[in-house]
Every structure is written in C-alpha cells, then in structure tokens.
Design a protein around this ligand. Structure first.
Ligand code: HEC
Length: 107
C-alpha cells in the first residue's frame, strides 16, 4: 500500500467518526420538560407529595436553595444532573415550588 493510500484511509475513517459524533446526543433531553409543574409532577411529587420527603411547596423556599439541593442531593434524596433536568427546567421548577401553595392546601 502506498503511503498516500494509507493517508486516504485515515482521513476517511476520521471523517466517518466525526460524522457519527455530530449527532446531537444530548439535545433530546434539552427542552423536553413542559414547565416547572411538569418536572415537579413527574419527579419531585413522587417523594414530596407522598411523605417520603418533606413538603416543599407553600414554604416559599428560595429558588437558589432548591436548585442547589436538586443538583447535589440531600440525605436520602438523590441528586439530579442536567442530563435529567436541564438548567432551564430547573430554574422553572425552583420558581414554581417557591410560588406554589402547600400540597393539599385550600386556596
Ligand atoms: C426519591 C425521593 C425524592 C425525590 C424524587 C425528590 N426528593 Fe427532595 N428530598 C427527599 C428527601 C428524603 C428529603 C429530605 C432529606 C434530608 O433532610 O435528609 C428531600 C429534601 C428536599 C429539599 C429540602 C427540604 C427542606 O426542608 O429543606 C428540597 C428543596 C427538595 N428535596 C427538592 C426536591 C425537588 C425540587 C425534587 C424534584 C426534582 C425532589 N426534591 C425530588 C426525597 C426526594
């Protein structure tokens, strides 16, 4: 094999590898949440509306605090990475929790 042919093969396989990588592997998760209430209902409510975790609605928790706990976890609560709850959804979620009345509270 000439060295030119060898180079062509290398170039071709690198190009092929790059084509594969260019697929947006993470884009699918981004923006897949409707709003904060959607995230709460599908993830947080599972524990926080059932007594597994403490009630977090109706306490005007600062969004920064909620955001930190969601990313880091706390005790028995698992952390949620941005591949699960992206930054935008987390912001919306934290504001939603901060403004929502307590679960089961009468308006
Ligand atoms: C698997 C159950 C579980 C899920 C799901 C869960 N949590 Fe928690 N969370 C807990 C538990 C248990 C605690 C109490 C931890 C402790 O005090 O040691 C907690 C604590 C918290 C606290 C602190 C409450 C306080 O009184 O200061 C916040 C804020 C919180 N969770 C937010 C969230 C949000 C937002 C979500 C959704 C993204 C969520 N949690 C999902 C179990 C869960």
């Amino acid at each position: 094999m000439t060295s030119l042919a060898a180079k062509r093969i290398v170039v071709a396989s690198v190009a092929l590898a790059l084509t594969g990588l260019s697929a947006p592997a993470f884009a699918a998760e981004d923006g897949s949440w409707k709003d904060g209430a959607d995230v709460y209902a599908k993830i947080c409510g599972y524990c926080h509306d059932t007594g597994v975790g403490p009630g977090i609605k109706g306490r005007q928790l600062p969004p920064e605090y909620t955001g930190l706990i969601v990313r880091q976890g706390l005790g028995a609560m698992p952390a949620f990475r941005s591949s699960v709850i992206d930054d935008k959804a987390l912001q919306a979620l934290a504001e939603y929790i901060s403004k929502s009345p307590a679960a089961g509270a009468k308006p």
